[in-house]
Design a protein around this ligand. Structure first.
Ligand SMILES: NC(=O)c1ccc[n+]([C@@H]2O[C@H](COP(=O)([O-])OP(=O)(O)OC[C@H]3O[C@@H](n4cnc5c(N)ncnc54)[C@H](O)[C@@H]3O)[C@@H](O)[C@H]2O)c1
Ligand SMILES: N[C@H](CO)Cc1c[nH]c[nH+]1
Ligand SMILES: [Zn+2]
Length: 430
């Protein structure tokens, strides 16, 4: 039995091609309506709405909506040394990769005496959403908290769904300590996004909201961006992977990489694009074997039911398909990977060679795992330090500079009919 339905690239009609590229559509607007109601409730009722949704959606009764530094420290102390060490190494590698992103830019003299430059300034208040529905992801806290710290953000608000005991996971607590964040809000889903967008008596309003999440979280981020005037990092919804593999690939590795994203959630998608039918057959067999070994087999099996394989004639076609799909993660498992890199135009993060599992980037190699999904890799980058700063432009003009640039500005102001603009220059040239 084949787990992945296989399409022949050559036989794809345009409409079918389009359907294969579409994911997480909400045609009945069901998610939209649910999320709109949650946003309105939080906006109107504040903390009371957050408590009610914690009860309804997370099955937890909460008095206080946050944990203090002492409570975080107690939870963090419960985790093992091996796990602490792994989180510390991940923290250090993520820090090392991201700190170079805050490089000072050069000042440019566009004409003699006319100098222009840009300087970054941290976004003052940022909100980080750490998913906690089907799996708790402490790694996501490192992926968001490290660039926020490097950028110098003054206030870092962290929200994550409460566990059944009304607390958070000890690994998340340890990451909070590594990041020197001394409070965490026990709020999940769309209600967390709404709380950070509007503010409630307990949860501070922020200037920009970051973080991945399920379809409710992702929808809430796009809605509050329009309704509350708060910025967001990007649409970072259910995880996706597209693997390009040829006859040189190991089917066991390919199957493992597909399953690694499939186990995130039933709405995840794992796509195999190959030039070799035997490789596709081998991956199907390996998927069957490996799936039975997974604790989250039921979730992964559902995700694979939304997934598929595409058989192409050559690697150029494979890249063309991938560029149109614009995957969150692209893995290239072929000996030819070097010649393909320059042809990649749309992808969140790329993993090349047979020994580069995507899991390395999910946790510890240093790159960021908060990435655009659902085709948004066509126009968005993943999270980086840049996302936590604004870049302000500056300029200084000398007397010589004004003589050089002034006449041009006068002509342009005149042709736009904006006399006051022209005067601001002419007065200084007199
Ligand atoms: N793109 C990325 O960068 C990236 C990174 C990490 C994780 N992810 C994705 O993040 C997602 C995490 O999802 P999750 O569900 O595990 O955690 P989550 O924290 O995003 O969502 C859990 C919350 O969803 C809300 N919710 C659940 N059912 C609801 C309903 N019927 N109506 C309204 N709200 C409801 C609840 O408030 C709950 O607390 C996964 O899809 C994973 O693939 C993406
Ligand atoms: N693959 C996820 C991004 O889509 C990130 C993650 C966190 N933990 C494991 N994986
Ligand atoms: Zn992952």
């Amino acid at each position: 039995m084949s787990i992945l339905k296989t399409y022949d690239y050559y036989l794809l009609e345009e409409r079918e091609y389009e359907q294969l590229l579409t994911r997480n559509a909400d045609p009945s607007q069901a998610v939209h309506h649910v999320v709109m109601e949650i946003i309105n409730d939080v906006k109107t009722d504040g903390d009371a709405a957050l408590r009610a949704y914690a009860q309804k959606l997370d099955r937890v009764q909460l008095e206080r909506l946050f944990l203090t530094a002492d409570e975080i420290a107690a939870l963090a102390s419960s985790i093992g040394r091996e796990q602490q060490r792994a989180l510390e190494i991940a923290f250090a590698n993520i820090y090392r990769f991201h700190e170079t992103q805050l490089r000072k830019e050069r000042s440019i003299e566009t004409m003699p005496g006319v100098k222009c430059w840009r300087e970054p300034r941290p976004i003052e208040k940022v909100g980080l959403y750490i998913p906690g529905g089907s799996a708790v992801l402490p790694s996501t806290l490192l992926m968001l908290g490290v660039p926020a710290r490097i950028a110098g953000c003054k206030e870092i608000v962290v929200c994550s769904p409460p566990q059944a005991d009304g607390k958070i996971n000890g690994y998340v607590a340890y990451c909070l300590q590594l990041l020197k964040i001394d409070r965490v809000y026990l709020v999940g889903g769309a209600q967390a996004v709404a709380a950070m967008a509007y503010g409630t008596p307990s949860v501070p309003r922020v200037d920009k909201i970051f973080g991945p999440g399920n379809q409710y979280v992702t929808k809430a981020k796009s809605l509050v961006q329009a309704l509350a005037g708060v910025s967001i990092d990007m649409p970072a919804g259910p995880s996706e992977v597209l693997v390009i593999a040829d006859g040189s690939a190991n089917p066991e590795y390919v199957a493992a990489d597909l399953l690694a994203q499939a186990e995130h959630g039933a709405d995840s998608q794992a796509i195999l694009v190959s030039t070799d039918q035997r490789l596709i057959d081998g991956v199907q067999t390996a998927l069957e074997d490996q799936l039975t070994q997974l604790p989250r087999a039921a979730v992964a099996a559902k995700a694979l039911a939304n997934s598929y394989a595409v058989l192409c004639d050559n690697l150029n076609e494979a890249i063309t398909f991938s560029n149109r799909y614009a995957p969150e993660h692209l893995i290239i498992e072929t000996d030819e990977w070097q010649s393909l890199l320059r042809k990649i135009s749309n992808a969140g993060s790329v993993f090349v060679g047979h020994l580069t599992p995507e899991s390395a980037g999910d946790y510890a190699s240093g790159t960021n795992h908060t990435l655009p999904t659902s085709g948004y890799a066509r126009s968005y980058s993943g999270v980086s330090v840049d996302a936590f700063v604004k870049k302000i432009t500056f300029q200084h003009i000398t007397a010589e500079g004004l003589r050089n640039i002034g006449p041009t500005v006068e002509v342009l102001a005149e042709l736009e009919g904006l006399q006051a603009h022209k005067n601001a220059v002419s007065l200084r040239l007199r």
